[in-house]
Design a binder for this molecule. Sequence first.
Ligand SMILES: [Zn+2]
Length: 305
Amino acid sequence: MANMQLVFLGTSSAAPTIERGLSSIALMRGSELFLFDAGEGMQRNFIKAGLGMNRKMKIFISHMHADHCVGLLGLLQTMALQEREKSIDVYGEPRVKEFLEENMRIINFGLTFDVHVHTVEKEGIVLKEEEYQVTCCQALHSIQSLAYCLEEFDRPGAFDVKEAKKLGIPESELYSKLQHGHDIVYEGRKIRSSQVVGPPRKGRKIGISGDTRPTEKLAKFFSGCDVLVFESTYSQDKQQKAIENWHSTATEAATIARKAGVGRLFLTHFSARYDEISMLVKEASAIHPSVEAAEDLKTVEVPYA
Ligand SMILES: [Zn+2]
């Protein structure tokens, strides 16, 4: 069991506004932090959100536009000033490595921790841990851009201790065997795992679009997401602009979310032209039943289904 929370650190597109910083999304899972993009200045909201400077952390960069990656430098520098010790893993296309190495050489801010930059060469699994994996898919933007999903593996079903005791099985490593799906023989009797263990409990799936036009491929990639954060730079009346600039409208975001059977949709990456984004939520809500606008420092609990 791990608590999960999404914290929006920056929700504006290309330029910041008084209310909104540049793109960055934090996902806390238990004590581990996942950061998706780091637009310039995101570290102020990172500090305000109390995410902690020395936490186990992985960073994923969607693409090399300044409003999605420049903040990485300041964040790493501040972490070094705070004497962070834990290493950080950064994932992204080959230029993320180049960008970090070049800047760290020129600025030379003397890190107190290791930064491992992993180049994402192909779609599919980016990394796999015991309880979850992170996958990526090519988005459709003016430059190479990646969408990401964090998917938890299903957990074994709940163990019914009462039933196990009723069957006369003593508390022992036999419980663990049964819990992990193995049938056992106890005092000559066969006990099936399914007699004492409930159905598998579904893991959660969180999708992050980065910058993109809507595509069929992304609809498949985000299939079944409990939570999808999708860029919604424009309203539908500006669709032509969205096409020209390789972004999406609120209507397009909601259409993808509906196709993908997403539970909750969060719109983000709003053009600075919108003071009021309720109209974007409204148009998306006509298509998808659960739409909310991301706001800087908004925190969203992501419970198990
Ligand atoms: Zn972009």
